[in-house]
Design a protein around this ligand. Structure first.
Ligand SMILES: [Zn+2]
Length: 268
């Protein structure tokens, strides 16, 4: 629908229900101002929507109101009917049977359709909004996490006692390189690296080799070709590293290193 008549009949009902929004609403409004045909259709739609209140379960209008509405609709229908059909049969017949039959057809059935349309419209709109809200919440959480990481990384990189340890590849192993940035005082470690994918059913695992004691697990990862692996983690308290190593382990990693070294970096 641009400048022409609304293409969908239900647009009138949706507009009358107040559920059309934005461009659709504006288009129908500006068109309605200039098109008497559509203005009439809208008036009819408004009438149908008004009738919905009489069909709604919790509304129980008095018989007098129903009577008035029936009379009004009847009068309108009679007035609109073509002259020929009106002349062909007595007015009493039109009033008794035809009008009531048409009242159901012209008002109640479209009103039911409009109600169903409106219900479907509102339901889908609600579903869409819920989905959008969930997406936004997820995006916000991801952003907050990234921001927090960026702050930690900035703190880590700015500290004078932070050391950067390059990890170099071992011969005959998957190709790549890595770097550990760590600060024992702050208890922070950051890994950045890029490695060829690990063989099937294997994982890479980064180890912190301390001055004293067993290697400490510092992250299990599965590299993708052309992708950078990056993470930050908390270091155990009071640990002074003397080396870092990436080993090839069974998928999911091991409590202690068991496989060959892929990348190694010692602290001089
Ligand atoms: Zn029109």
């Amino acid at each position: 629908m641009t400048n022409g008549h609304p293409t969908r009949e239900e647009d009138f009902d949706l507009y009358a229900l107040g559920v059309l929004e934005g461009d659709e609403k504006q288009a129908i409004e500006s068109h309605m101002a200039a098109c008497s045909d559509c203005a009439r259709k809208l008036a009819e739609a408004r009438g149908r929507i008004a009738m919905l209140s009489f069909g709604a379960p919790r509304v129980d209008p008095s018989p007098r109101v129903k009577e008035l509405v029936l009379a009004r609709v009847g009068a309108e229908e009679e007035g609109k009917a073509p002259a020929a059909s009106r002349a062909s049969r007595p007015a009493s017949v039109v009033r008794a049977g035809g009008v009531f039959g048409r009242w159901w057809a012209a008002v109640l059935v479209p009103a039911g359709v409009a109600l169903a349309l409106a219900a479907i419209f509102l339901w889908t709109q609600n579903e869409r909004l819920n989905r959008e809200l969930a997406d936004q919440r997820q995006a916000l959480a991801a952003l907050q996490h990234e921001l927090e990481e960026a702050r930690h990384a900035a703190d880590l990189l700015a500290a004078k006692d932070t050391m950067v340890v390059p990890l170099t590849p071992m011969p005959g192993m998957p190709k790549g390189a890595g770097r550990v940035t760590c600060n024992a005082r702050m208890g922070m470690l950051m890994y950045d690296g890029s490695l060829d994918p690990a063989p099937a059913s294997k994982s890479y695992q980064l180890w912190l080799v301390p001055m004293h004691g067993d290697p400490i697990n510092a992250g299990v990862f599965n590299s993708k070709a052309g992708k950078v692996d990056h993470w930050m983690m908390q270091l155990p308290q009071g640990v002074t590293p003397k080396a870092f190593a990436v080993t090839l382990e069974p998928a999911g990693g091991m409590p202690h290193p068991t496989g060959p070294k892929v990348l190694v970096g010692t602290i001089s």
